[in-house]
Design a protein around this ligand. Structure first.
Ligand code: HEM
Length: 423
């Protein structure tokens, strides 16, 4: 039975109320627009950003917490019960997660922009509580899962990284008041690697093992190679975090090489799934997903070069931008524009009249406009950081903002159709 058939079988019985995943998708969409606006306003500081409170760090967390993490919570809340064939024990923890994480991250972003350490600590505590609650809900689902061992393994590793990134985030926030961290910037780098490659990265790699074969209508990736890819990816994240905390260039370089090997294996497995799939025309979303795979490899190569001073004066900033704005954001926006109409059609399929086609739920014009603006934004911002040209980062952020508004248009269309569907 193909992964698509096994995934879809019973999916309807484990469908959460539409407002649970969609509240996270709508929050992610609104914060996506605000992220590009914040980067536009903070371009002067962002072009050579190397940490510290201020508008650039606020833009970083609008992206990492506001866009990537909210979307990851919304998607995994619905996908995991379907993938693991284990319904969630209750829905209220996800509602509470929303009301802790979203106001918490807005407070965190405002505290970072306004350099208010008191608000920073309070907001960090609320966000931490919400993310740990999400981790508990997901751990409970994974604990009862049996059917997809590789996906579950990636899930557990991503959760472990989430607990570590949140713990370091809280420590970094408290450190502005207490000053007790031995090396603040080492902790900040470990925090970034655990957040980008650890929590988000491992979640993306894990879900790709279900979603890519499902949308391509192909068989599950080869088990042995999948397991090897998982081990290499987790080792790279662990070694990278240790190298950051130890401030060791050699260990960081070894981690980047391991990461490149894991990325190469993953991309090959995904290419094989696409090549073996019954559905060949996968549309614009997979143009973004393929671009994201290329950006993953580029991120690691730029990271390695930056370690040896071969990526220009803003090499470390470029590495960070390619990690969270390049690979992760591009993959997320590619996969969301498949998942969201798919989920909407499942909810609308419940109505008496049966479900509309996915293509009827969302027009393609806004997505074409988004894709063009997104690629332009990434190119201009990356060139601006590499060339230390603030005006290019500003221009790129304006393109990103236009793209985010187009994406919002697409998401608003789908959310409205789900909201007005007949029960
Ligand atoms: C409770 C949640 C979080 C809190 C309280 C938090 C807090 C912080 C703080 C205080 C810094 C500043 C470090 C400095 O002084 O330079 C920071 C940096 C950063 N955080 Fe977070 N963060 C959180 C979650 C995340 C997540 C989930 C991600 C990624 C997915 C992330 C990515 C980053 C990045 C990329 C930086 C910049 C690192 C650097 O300064 O070099 N954060 N965070």
């Amino acid at each position: 039975m193909s992964i698509a058939a096994s995934f879809l079988a019973g999916a309807k019985s484990r469908l959460l109320p539409a407002d649970i995943p969609f509240r996270f998708f709508v929050a992610c969409t609104v914060l996506h627009v605000l992220m590009w606006l914040a980067l536009l306003l903070a371009a002067g500081q962002a072009t050579s950003f190397r940490g510290g409170l201020g508008p650039a760090l606020a833009a970083v967390h609008l992206l990492t917490l506001g866009v990537l993490t909210t979307a990851a919570i919304g998607a995994s809340a619905q996908l995991l019960p379907v993938a693991t064939r284990r319904a969630l024990v209750a829905v209220w923890p996800l509602k509470l997660t929303f009301w802790l994480v979203v106001p918490g991250l807005v407070g965190l972003v405002l505290a970072m922009a306004a350099v208010s350490t008191a608000l920073l600590v309070a907001a960090a505590l609320a966000t931490t509580a919400g993310l740990l609650l999400f981790a508990a809900v997901t751990a409970d689902n994974l604990r009862r899962a049996g059917s997809l061992p590789v996906v579950a393994a990636y899930g557990w590793a991503a959760l472990a990284a989430l607990v570590a990134v949140v713990g370091l985030g809280l420590a970094l926030s408290l450190n502005y008041e207490t000053g007790w961290l031995p090396d603040h910037s080492a902790a900040a780098l470990a925090h970034m690697l655990l957040g980008g490659f650890g929590f988000m990265g491992l979640l993306v790699l894990g879900f790709s093992h279900v979603l890519v074969p499902m949308f391509a209508l192909s068989a599950a990736p080869a088990k042995t190679t999948s397991r090897l890819g998982f081990v290499l990816a987790v080792l790279a994240v662990a070694l990278g975090s240790a190298g950051a905390l130890a401030d060791s260039r050699e260990v960081l370089a070894a981690a980047a090489l391991l990461g490149l090997a894991a990325a190469a294996l993953h991309i090959r497995l995904m290419q094989q799934a696409l090549a073996g799939g019954m559905r060949k025309r996968l549309g614009l979303s997979f143009v973004l997903i393929r671009l994201a795979w290329a950006l993953l490899a580029l991120t690691l190569i730029v990271g390695l070069a930056a370690l040896y001073g071969l990526a220009g004066p803003n090499g470390a900033t470029l590495f960070g931008f390619l990690l969270i704005g390049g690979w992760l954001l591009t993959f997320l926006l590619g996969i969301l524009q498949r998942i969201v109409p798919f989920l909407a059609s499942m909810h609308m399929g419940r109505s008496a009249a049966g479900g509309p086609l996915m293509s009827e739920i969302a027009g393609s014009q806004p997505l074409k406009l988004h894709a063009a603006c997104h690629v332009l934004a990434l190119t201009l911002v990356a060139a601006g950081i590499a060339g230390d040209a603030v005006w290019l980062v500003r221009l790129g952020s304006a393109a990103g903002l236009a793209g985010a508004l187009a994406y919002g248009w697409f998401m608003a269309g789908v959310a409205r159709r789900v909201a007005v569907r007949d029960p």
